[in-house]
Design a protein around this ligand. Sequence first.
Ligand code: DQA
Length: 160
Amino acid sequence: MSQNSPIRILVIHGPNLNLLGTRQPEIYGRTTLADINALLRRRAQDAGAKLDSVQSNVEGEIVTHIQNAATRYEAIVINPAAYTHTSIAIRDAIEAVGLPTVEVHLSNVHAREPFRHTSVTAAKCLGQICGFGAQSYSLGLDAALAHVKGLRSSNQEPIS
Ligand code: DQA
């Protein structure tokens, strides 16, 4: 990808996030997944970037999305949902592909049941943003964009 081409970001939503809007709104809010995707696409566009999003309820499909991202995207924003707490396969895929990845959660997982306090995936990500509802995604996108911009400028040839 050339230095001047739009930054390409992939957003991956894990299991049950297709139900956003009606799923436990007291925890996850009333914003639908389509709303979140539209908001992110606009935000990316405003920043001169391009954004695609995918959702899957299937662990292996999420692994494949991460693998396929390697040649097409410069960063990933991922909400692995319940797989956050269990999926070594998703963790390994993030590590193997090596794309800068930001983990996001709508809810503050650290303030919920103890089994949600552990993320097996976050250690292979740049960081984790949680607890801000749909805004966790925008903050995650901003972090990913800032990181890629930093990488691009540090890769630029010095002017001689
Ligand atoms: C979630 C938190 C997870 O613990 C849960 O399993 C989800 C959603 C969140 O965005 O707050 O499905 O990732």
